[in-house]
Design a protein around this ligand. Structure first.
Ligand code: CU
Length: 437
């Protein structure tokens, strides 16, 4: 039997049962914890804190917000929650190279619950055994636990190894959370599972080689999406593979291409496997002491065995006028199937493999209200206008359903400005923005 998209599922979602009390307490604790976690350092374009412990170099990044998320229409809902993550890296000289220990943690599962946060047209991962739709899944508590070794054999040329019980294979652009073009946009792209969703994979081994502006990486990893238990490590497998080529065309431009095979990504359709290809280009400049402008263009395509390909396109940009005022924008087009959006069962009757081109355009503004040496507190608003084909108008209550997210955000580090000292994103999108003109 040839599996198709339609073979994936007809299981329907269940209702949410979040506990508000636990959630609000957790948000308060997160905000409190973030204020105490900070250590001083020079400001960075990707906000973070640098420190030294003995002969170890430490870097801490992250954010925690409290957000009001309202998505309109028949498939929308409203939630008060918190999205959050923190990443700590510790780097040490070893055997003529550098050893970097990496940890990335999230309490999304408390902040937005196991069903995630409302986001029209989003899809990917499951809740109650059924695929999520019109919601973004929470991230796992352990998003990354890994070690990387990097060594030059001659100036500018060398190799790297990366091993992680949970971490990121060389597939896709830098995950949206770490992209300079989206660092102030807390919401996931609706093309996440066509582009960068493998950033949490339970089992990754990577090798890389670099020379001059070029870098080539290969990974073996677990192709299965994270399961619904956000607190454990999923079974570790190395059943999938990927490769990525990155070219730092100039200090401002970076280009990357990747290809991967994901073995059985869907728990509800284990016979289906997927191929993914991505291309990405990014541009970044800084101006003045605190201004920064970063842009990314991303194309990602999925192909499931026996089914046609589906594409996604993303353009996003972030403009920080100064240390206090940032604007974010994102435009997306994604081909989602009736199966992706759970439109293939009653009351809808679309063939599971039928695809619909859907659009999302977001604009946002973030204002930093208070800045200390170790943290900033900001407030932001992000509005999204979606567009769906006429055939989906009744499903969504409109062909242009909208959403808005208002958030208060705390994150370590000063806002913007200064030279980046040590935080280098590991693929094509981020690094160019870290360099001054
Ligand atoms: Cu993700």
């Amino acid at each position: 039997m040839v599996p198709t998209i339609g073979a994936r599922t007809n299981v329907r979602r269940r209702n949410s049962s979040g506990s508000w009390c636990v959630r609000i307490t957790a948000i308060a604790l997160l905000l409190l914890a973030a204020t105490h976690a900070a250590r001083p350092q020079a400001a960075t374009p990707l906000p973070g804190i640098e420190s030294v412990a003995g002969s170890w170099q430490l870097m801490f990044m992250g954010f925690a917000d409290a957000q009001y998320d309202r998505q309109d229409g028949v498939r929308g809902s409203t939630q008060i929650g918190s999205i959050n993550w923190g990443m700590l890296t510790a780097t040490h000289k070893l055997a003529g190279g550098e050893l970097e220990l990496r940890t990335m943690l999230s309490l999304d599962a408390i902040g937005v619950g196991s069903r995630g946060y409302p986001e029209l047209l989003q899809s990917g991962e499951t809740y109650g055994g059924a695929p999520l739709h019109d919601r973004q899944h929470p991230h796992d508590a352990f998003m990354e636990l890994g070690a990387k070794f990097r060594r030059e054999v001659s100036p500018g040329t060398g190799f790297s190894f990366y091993a992680a019980p949970v971490g990121e294979p060389a597939l896709g652009p830098v995950a949206f959370m770490m992209r300079p073009s989206a660092i102030d946009n807390p919401i996931a792209p609706i093309g996440h599972h066509w582009q960068d969703a493998t950033h949490v994979a339970f089992g990754v081994l990577s090798v890389g080689a670099f020379t001059g502006a070029w870098k080539l990486e290969g990974s073996w990893f677990n192709g299965r999406d994270p399961d619904e238990n956000r607190w454990n490590l999923d079974p570790i497998r190395l059943d999938s593979w990927s490769g990525r080529l990155t070219y730092e065309a100039s200090p401002h431009w970076s280009l990357a291409a990747s290809y991967g095979y994901l073995n059985s990504p869907f728990s509800y359709a284990p016979t289906v496997s997927e191929h993914r290809a991505t291309l990405s280009a990014s541009h970044g400049v800084q101006y003045g002491p605190d201004g920064q402008w970063s842009t990314a263009l991303i194309w990602g395509v999925n192909s499931e065995h026996g089914a046609s390909m589906s594409s996604s396109m993303l353009a996003e940009s972030e403009l920080s006028l100064d240390a206090r005022n940032s604007f974010v924008a994102r435009a997306e087009y994604v081909q989602k199937s009736a199966d992706d959006l759970a439109l293939d069962a009653a009351p809808f009757a679309f063939p599971p493999a039928r695809t619909f081109g859907v659009y999302a355009v977001s604009l946002g503004y973030v204002r930093e209200l208070a800045q200390w040496n170790r943290a900033t507190l900001g407030v932001g608003v992000l509005g999204t206008l979606n567009a769906v084909p006429g055939a989906l108008g009744s499903a969504y209550g409109s062909t242009t359903p909208a959403g808005v997210v208002v958030f208060v955000r705390l994150r370590p580090g000063r806002a913007k400005g200064g030279d980046m000292q040590g935080m280098v994103m590991d693929s094509g999108v981020a690094s160019s923005a870290l360099l001054r003109p």
